[in-house]
Design a protein around this ligand. Structure first.
Ligand code: ACM
Length: 503
């Protein structure tokens, strides 16, 4: 049994009472015996109230998500053994008496998983969804395409996966300390249609919405490797084996727009999410600037610079998503390239300013500032930290993150749907490495997006984490980064565990 003070994320109200409720069941309870009543009039969306007495458990839930989160809470109270894959608990199960009232602070409690840079097999995605659900995160942003890999089967365009889902190798680290050459290890994989349907259904059963991302018009080299006619130069390309940003962007022909309209129609047929991400980040315009076709397009559209082709491209596909009854989500560069429809949701990743501007301009916003929410970034400057890229972002930093910037006016703040952590995988080539990067920082992030900001205390969080939550992660088999320092990593034979990011 875990006390009411051991819940993570921290609930809105907890009122402990004397006594316990004990029950016996063979194995781990599939569901904690609880009478559930739905009452959306008294509880906010996704909210629940649990009352535990020595005689039983009653739950009032606002909706099905609330009932699900009540169940997650009861499981946490049963203790770590309730999270094991097989029963090793001799019973009886015991719950502490008291009342818990809870609802989330934000409706978008997201985590991006980059399955493009390193493919994660389906079972790993299921496991990641389970871990999100344990933390009451409810949006899995699945980054399905990039320069280094295309992971979604599109039956109409089979080469996207036949060619685009494999690359010849990967950089290990980054120059100057990592190799500037690839490791020579072919790498790849993709999700067939049935697997994606299964992932969507698995997530939905855990109240997680999968928001798919197909990144356009940059980060598209894998697609161009499959269909060179999508590119600006027409030259044959290979799926990119290095990290960083490729100059090889999509061309601006009507045929390419039509190709992606068909791709997004297929994406929408697989993913019921009301929101679909079309990327839009990091789009170099060097090739467009030299391209007669791009110049002709600019003249036709009356655009003054190649940068505006970016906005035009994104707007065309956003309008297509709209015609399919979906909303587009794009990274904050989409604001730089001209006017995108107001209905487009902006993911503010280059800091908070873009989110503040976007909200002021009437866009809904998801806060994803890389300084705060990129979990591939290093967790300390310790020499044993594996491939410590980016900003140093400790557990304490993530726990201190505040998704509503202090300078944001209240009207704009109402447009912040929530926040999202990012697990980019250039340097995370296995579920083990994802575990290490994501946990326990994702537990801190879950508290940021679920719990009230008032009363947040790092010391109390760290105590709760160490005493109650890490044992849950242990039971779930999560190889999190220990609180007292890094686990030394040997990433691959012959490759140093630590590779410095160039300053
Ligand atoms: C991003 O990190 N390029 C969204």
């Amino acid at each position: 049994m875990t006390s009411l003070a051991g819940l993570l994320p921290r609930p809105v109200h907890v009122r402990p009472a004397p006594g316990t409720y004990r029950f016996v069941t063979p194995g781990i309870p599939a569901q904690v015996s609880s009478v559930v009543r739905f009452d959306p009039a008294v509880l906010p969306p996704e909210g629940y109230r649990i009352t535990i007495t020595p005689h039983g458990v009653t739950t009032v839930a606002a909706d099905r998500a609330g009932a699900y989160y009540a169940e997650v809470t009861l499981r946490q109270l049963l203790g770590p053994d309730a999270f094991r894959a097989a029963d090793i608990h001799s019973g009886p199960w015991v719950l502490p008496c008291g009342e818990i009232e809870d609802h989330p602070r934000f409706s978008w409690r997201g985590c991006l998983l980059d399955v493009a840079r390193h493919f994660m097999p389906k079972a790993g995605v299921f496991r990641f969804i389970d871990l999100m659900a344990v933390h009451r995160l409810n949006v899995l942003h699945l980054h399905l395409t990039d320069d280094q890999g295309w992971r979604i089967e599109v039956p109409e365009y089979p080469l996207l996966t036949e060619v685009g889902s494999w690359r010849e190798g990967s950089w290990v680290g980054r120059p100057p300390d990592g190799t500037a050459d690839h490791d020579g290890r072919p790498h790849g994989g993709f999700y067939p249609t049935e697997d994606l349907r299964e992932i969507v259904a698995y997530a939905a059963a855990r109240h997680v919405t999968v928001v798919p991302e197909v990144d356009i018009p940059g980060h598209s080299q894998a697609a161009i490797a499959a269909y060179p006619e999508l590119g600006v130069t027409g030259a044959p390309l290979r799926v990119l084996t290095r990290w960083g940003i490729s100059d090889n962007v999509l061309n601006v022909s009507e045929e390419t727009v039509e190709f992606y309209r068909r791709v997004f129609t297929h994406v929408a047929s697989l993913f019921p999410s009301p929101v679909i991400c079309l990327g839009g980040d990091e789009v170099p315009t060097t090739q467009w600037a030299r391209s007669p076709l791009a110049r002709q397009r600019m003249a036709e559209l009356g655009l003054s610079s190649p940068a505006h082709l970016h906005g035009w491209f994104v707007s065309r596909l956003a309008a297509h998503l709209s015609s399919l009854g979906r909303r587009a989500l794009g990274w904050d560069e989409i604001l730089d390239g001209g006017s995108v429809p107001r209905s487009t949701i902006v993911a503010s990743w280059r800091g908070e300013d873009a989110g503040i501007r976007a909200a002021a301009a009437g866009h809904d916003v998801v806060m994803c500032p890389e300084q705060e929410t990129y979990l591939d970034h290093r967790q300390s400057d310790h020499p044993d930290e594996p491939i410590p890229v980016g900003f140093r972002r400790t557990l304490a930093d993530v726990h201190a993150y505040e998704p509503i910037p202090a300078s944001m006016p209240a009207a704009a703040a109402a447009r912040v749907l929530g926040a999202q952590a990012q697990v980019w995988t250039e340097h995370l080539d296995s579920p083990r490495r994802v575990d290490y990067a994501a946990f326990p920082r994702l537990a801190a992030f879950a508290e940021v997006v679920w719990s009230r900001g008032e009363g947040r205390s790092l010391a109390e969080f760290e105590r709760r984490l160490a005493e109650h939550h890490l044992p849950r992660l242990d039971a779930l088999g999560v190889e999190y980064r220990p609180l007292d320092g890094p686990r030394p990593w040997q990433t691959r034979p012959g490759v140093p565990g630590r590779i410095r990011e160039p300053s």
